[in-house]
Design a protein around this ligand. Structure first.
Ligand code: FAD
Length: 448
């Protein structure tokens, strides 16, 4: 009798649990073991800033517990179990139980690595003080909530001006704190254009959040005062969100190929080693517009990677169509969204590109509520092929980015977009949707 396939999955969040579930769905007899070094699996990390701000129960973010996976899906989830090494020749994972300190080996037929990423911590003296946090896994949010409950901080300093700290700024404000964001670069929201970052800064300022860019942080004092070249900032709580780094140290002695610490995969999420797959924040992912792998650590990507890798590990041959790089987030009453490439990214990648930006109402003329949104389309001069878009303005209107993401996926041109039959009704959109208004302007710059 054939022995059941043994699968080991490293990491128990979006990518890992998607892969494990997909394998079990397709091969009931497979023995699937998930190693998770933390105490949670399958949680919605993206909801953490709001869970903190709205004082939700942290367990509301857990989709299924380790016990649920065991009883409902037959998956052996081992918490507090860290993968400390992989030998791809003998097909073994070396495991350390963090509850007992015991070390053991697990044999696999197929291995999925979904070990995610950790927050990058800049080399600043004092980052290890009590009251200095990073927010990446569910237990980080649990610790921040506990600290807020016990210490009742009134002043927050957020180091790093990316979307995670901007979401946190809104939610710390919701809890009544004074909030300052310190950014090392000259502007917040690296990867977004100036229009989007200007709107975010204006909205943050309107809501009492101070933003200081071009700051060099010298140290964090014992009392959490942040000393910088632009003055001292008192804090009761600090969060650092300055990018992430793939969790791949345990692979350093293996023959699994890494690029800038991220695992290199093909369009089936297979690594360079047979029977070893990877996906999510620890790995690269194929970008359709750039036609190459990129590092883009997002929940949408991690779920898709895990699902497709799981199917392929179970014997399917599913090729990943690729991401187009869609992202959206809220800053108080405004929303900021991007898909595809910015003009700079397009030019840097060799495209002869242009951009067109318009600002337009989001409801019909005469409708009582008159919000606004900016739409920026990036396209190729010659062919008019769409390359990217940014949409920013009133929060309820920026979902339109999904229309452009679909257009990008389908390789549409500005001319095609002009012809899209987008919905119209006064409370939802004007008769010329802002995307169509922008396409009508952009077409004038298309050469052919
Ligand atoms: C505050 C915040 C807001 C976000 N908002 C959004 C959003 O709005 N939209 C979006 O698309 N994305 C968002 N993201 C990103 C998204 O959460 C991540 O891309 C996603 O969680 C990645 O899933 P993953 O499974 O690859 O990795 P992770 O979620 O990092 O999970 C990896 C797991 O592996 C475990 N692990 C690591 N090393 C080992 C080891 N050696 N052995 C065993 N276990 C190990 C870790 O403990 C962890 O539980 C947000 C992230 C944060 C932090």
């Amino acid at each position: 009798m054939e022995l059941p396939m043994k699968v080991v999955v490293i990491g128990g969040d979006a990518a890992g649990m998607s892969a494990a579930s997909q394998i079990k769905r397709r091969i009931k007899s497979a023995e699937v073991v998930v190693l998770e070094k933390g105490v949670d699996v399958s949680y919605g990390a993206c909801g953490m800033p709001y869970n903190i701000g709205y004082k939700g129960d942290i367990d509301d973010l857990v989709v299924l517990t380790a016990e649920d996976f065991k009883t409902k899906r037959g998956i052996d989830v081992r918490l507090l179990s860290e993968a400390i090494g992989v030998d791809t020749k003998s097909k073994k994972v070396f495991v350390k139980s963090l509850s007992s300190d015991r070390e053991y080996e697990l044999k696999y037929d197929k291995l999925f690595i979904g070990s995610g990423a950790k927050a990058s911590i800049p080399p600043i003296d004092g980052v290890d003080r009590e009251g200095v946090f990073t927010l990446k896994i569910l237990d980080d949010a649990r610790k921040i909530k506990q600290f807020i409950d016990e210490k009742k901080p009134k002043k927050a300093v957020l180091i790093g001006g990316g979307f995670i700290n901007l979401e946190l700024a809104e939610n710390f404000k919701r809890l009544g704190m004074d909030v300052i964001v310190l950014e090392k670069l000259d502007d917040i929201l690296l990867n977004f254009d100036k229009g989007a970052s200007d709107l975010a800064k204006e909205e943050l300022k309107k809501n009492g959040v101070e933003i200081i860019c071009g700051v060099n942080i010298e140290k964090i004092e014992n009392d959490l005062t942040v000393k910088t070249d632009k003055g001292d900032f008192e804090a009761d709580i600090i969060n650092i969100a300055a990018g992430v780094k793939p969790n791949t140290e345990f692979l350093k002695n293996s023959d699994i190929e890494l690029e800038n610490n991220a695992i290199v995969v093909d369009r089936y999420f297979k690594t360079n080693v047979d029977d070893v797959y990877a996906g999510g924040d620890c790995a690269l992912i194929y970008h359709r517009i750039l036609n190459k792998n990129v590092y883009m650590p997002l929940g949408t990507n991690a779920n898709k990677a895990g699902r497709i890798a799981g199917a392929n590990m179970a014997g399917a041959k599913e090729e990943f169509a690729g991401i187009v790089g869609t992202i959206i987030f809220k800053v108080f009453e405004k929303g900021i969204a991007k898909t595809g490439l910015s003009l700079k990214e397009a030019i840097d990648n060799g495209f002869d590109a242009f951009e067109t930006t318009i600002e337009a109402p989001i409801t019909a003329h005469g409708f009582p509520h008159q919000g606004k949104v900016s739409v920026r389309l990036v396209a190729e001069h010659d062919s008019g092929r769409l390359l990217g878009a940014q949409i920013f303005g009133d929060a309820e209107a920026v979902w339109r980015i999904d229309v452009v993401a679909a257009a990008l996926y389908a390789n549409l041109t500005i001319k095609d977009i002009q012809g899209l039959d987008l919905a119209y009704s006064p409370p939802f959109a004007p008769v010329w949707d802002p995307i169509l208004v922008c396409a009508n302007q952009a077409i004038k710059k298309v050469k052919k």
